[in-house]
Design a protein around this ligand. Sequence first.
Ligand code: F6R
Length: 612
Amino acid sequence: MCGIAGYIGKNQASGFLLDALKRLEYRGYDSTGIAVLGKENTLNYVRSVGKINALEEKMKERQSDGCIGIAHTRWATHGYPSEANAHPHSDCNENIFVVHNGIIENYKILKKELIKNGHKFESDTDTEVIAHLIEEHFKNSLEETMLNVLKFIEGAYALAVISKDDPEKIVVAKKSSPLVICIGKNENFIASDSSAIAGYADKVIYLDDDELGVVTKDDYKIISITSNNKVQKNCCKMDLDVAKVQKGEYEHFLLKEIFEIPEVIKNSTRGRMIPDQGLVKLGGLEVLDQSKLRNINRIIIIACGTASFAGLVGEYMLEEYAGIPVEVELGSEFRYRKPIIDSKTAVIAVSQSGETADTLASLSEAKRKGALTLGIVNTVGSTIARETDAGVYNHAGPEISVASTKAFISQITVLALLTVYLGRIRDMSLVTGKRITEEIDELPCLIEKVLENDKQIRDLAKKYSKYKNLLFMGRKYNYPIAEEGALKLKEVAYHIHAEGYAGGEMKHGPIAMIDENFPSIFIVPSDSVYEKNWSNMEEVKARRGKIIAIATEGNEEIKDIADDVIYIPKTLEILTPILAAIPLHLFAAYMGIELGLDIDRPRNLAKSVTVE
Ligand code: F6R
């Protein structure tokens, strides 16, 4: 969580830094701050509680013409969201300023020691110890001091530091939190991710763990924190369209990203299917010895939140069509268990950001135990993408809205591709392979039809936003979609309480809540569990519960039982979750709008959960 940015170059730093903060706001938005080294070696800083516009207002009063600066947008871990706790943090004399994403786990011991040595602390944060440690140990240069100081620090960090005592540089360092350096012409940029820099320059260097970077106006060097040796790193070309990180004609990123889904599916599947041969080609997996993939006898999918629901859909798909036993594990649980893993186990990490701390830690544990590790990741160059043995990128484009929508749909799509890929190297028939790939090919058109229900869904949100609770239910492939629908509503329209349940579980508890004030959303496509879902709807109706049904086009009888129906086109049962999730995403978005909430940046959330 938290976003950091830095600029050093020919222009005033504040322009880029404010722009970068706006693009990084999805990583945290309870307070922000900026520090700029002025031309006369003065260090000016501004900090503010709330979102970037509050900082922008404050900066109008305190303009700084400096060309070197760092900035931060915060998601509080240690200390309330207050001005004092907002970054950048400084040493006692305001000579050194630090922005930090991560957690310094041993900060209490370090702070105690520093206070004993006379340092005065202004905040409750863990980060402030870094500035004081640098002050305490400053010797020769900022990088030399940091190489020394970082050895005392335990925890996770992406850091950017500037100092009046060594002014012509920004020193950065990384361990477990992401950091990129972007190389421009007479200017260089730093950010938590490349979306913050898109349009400014296109050569990026992804720092690895335990690396420190010294960034000047015209140059950079990378040094290993463990050996103090220089590290040679390749620049990658950033392939990011700046329009993708802007709202364009939409008022909200969330809606923009939902409406991008047909395009996203095309991008996630482009060049990856040969429908007339019923085959899928996944270049990222073809680098592996294929016998390794053929010999897998168990798959564990590791993910968190929405990505874990995509994983659950994947479990049903892979078991039914590729014949491989699959378990889905939450990263936050898996990492603390004693999982049984061997070399025939494939562990697949599913992650939009590729930086989720719990998913990453679980992956490392699985790797240590000898599993084949694979990734389904959206963010190119992210840590999970780099840590896995092989993987498949989603190509969903940058997802800026904190709540995941298009990436979720892409994750399910890629899992369907993987099902065919693994199924066909086992005993999936040509006919089945053809049927699935041909239908995946149809998805963009089918989704366009789902999106035509936009106005109806908006009206439904008006009607249902007065309720305080909602239950989402589905069975089989659409049980995870019930969970996803509820999670999305909780996130985006958080004044309404929502729960997602497997339809068959209703009688084991949740039915007690049902009455005329507690509506249910049933995901009931015409599939193999339609009749079972129907019985559950009868049970709700018998208790005067209102029903919104997501049903297959042409199903007229559903109107006899449901108060409202949203139709989705007919498709294969395994692909219904893709079509059913989209109306639920739209519903959550419009409910949030009805309630007057910031649907792109719901309170208390951050997009990349880079801390446990
Ligand atoms: C919900 C949401 C989160 C993420 C979760 C995992 O809308 O976005 O639940 O799915 O934090 O994030 P990634 O996919 O980046 O690992």
